[in-house]
Ligand binder design. Structure first.
Ligand SMILES: Cc1cc2nc3c(=O)[nH]c(=O)nc-3n(C[C@H](O)[C@H](O)[C@H](O)COP(=O)(O)OP(=O)(O)OC[C@H]3O[C@@H](n4cnc5c(N)ncnc54)[C@H](O)[C@@H]3O)c2cc1C
Length: 258
């Protein structure tokens, strides 16, 4: 249908689409309802990888023993998204496709080196999550494609997630960080949301921490790697300060346990 009867806008939980409808910015009038596609809601192990169907809701993610065991930082993110109503309707695929730089699961998927599984009438293709976004709210996904799943290889070491918003629930992030510390096996992986047009990984900061740089040096490098802006939710200056503080909080766990 996407190929032959388009343009059609896929709709999943509708928690983002309804906002645009209410704001009067939803131009589309023809939709493709994905909600009842049960196989796209599955959370399973496939070839040793955790495969989370695009239609898995945040509640599904919180309740999944597999995700709790393999990717606790995603459970932490899901728990802080919206409130129970949003968690029951909002989906992981919707969060990714919506492509907001403030999407709370995006830093988790970036730090976990996830793969986006895309399907169209032509077949399936797999895109590294860190190559998925091309700019502010744009991605490599074509209009005739759907996200069917997010695949995540085993993540070794300590996982860390922290969202900073105005309050604990029903708040969009001012800054959100997810990070993985493989503890000596490899450099850490650090991803930030709401500090650039897309979610970002911080390769220079990661390399500095991995090489044993003092945290103050790594924080200075982080500040070179991000480009936050002033907007309705926060200021660039606040975001810079918080992002640097979050890096130190994450790295505290490394120092205190090694
Ligand atoms: C009150 C409220 C609070 C919120 N709080 C948060 C929060 O704390 N953190 C946060 O990150 N977000 C938050 N959101 C935003 C929203 O809930 C999430 O982004 C959610 O994950 C969107 O999923 P959905 O299934 O509802 O997407 P939809 O609204 O159905 O779709 C969103 C976009 O993704 C596309 N899409 C959906 N599924 C697919 C697919 N499988 N393949 C291709 N395209 C697809 C749609 O076409 C649309 O463009 C909030 C929203 C509201 C209304």
């Amino acid at each position: 249908m996407l190929r032959d009867e388009g343009p059609l806008v896929p709709l999943a939980g509708c928690t983002d689409l309804y906002v645009t409808l209410n704001f009067g910015t939803l131009g589309a009038t023809r939709f493709l309802d994905l909600w009842r596609l049960g196989p796209l809601r599955r959370i399973a192990l496939r070839d040793g990888m955790l495969s989370i169907g695009a239609l898995a809701t945040f509640t599904d993610i919180m309740q999944s023993p597999l995700v709790r065991r393999r990717l606790p930082m995603l459970v932490a993110a899901a728990r802080e998204i919206g409130g129970p109503q949003i968690q029951n309707r909002g989906t992981l695929g919707g969060n990714v496709a919506n492509a907001s730089p403030a999407g709370d699961t995006l830093p988790v998927l970036a730090a976990a080196d996830a793969t986006v599984v895309l399907a169209s009438a032509d077949g399936e293709r797999r895109v590294a999550f860190t190559s998925f976004y091309t700019g502010y709210r744009t991605s490599v996904m074509r209009p005739d494609e759907l996200i069917t799943a997010l695949d995540i290889s085993p993540v070794s070491g300590r996982q860390w997630f922290r969202k900073v918003g105005t309050r604990a629930a029903q708040a969009i992030s001012k800054v959100v960080m997810a990070a993985v510390d493989p503890r000596g096996d490899a450099p850490p992986r650090v991803a930030l949301g709401s500090v650039a047009p897309t979610v970002v990984r911080l390769p220079l900061t990661e390399a500095a921490l991995g090489a044993g740089a003092p945290i103050a040096r790594a924080q200075a490098i982080l500040l070179e790697e991000i480009t936050p802006i002033d907007d309705v939710r926060s200021t660039a200056a606040y975001r810079r300060r918080v992002a640097a503080n979050l890096l130190a909080r994450f790295w505290d766990g490394h120092v205190s346990r090694t």
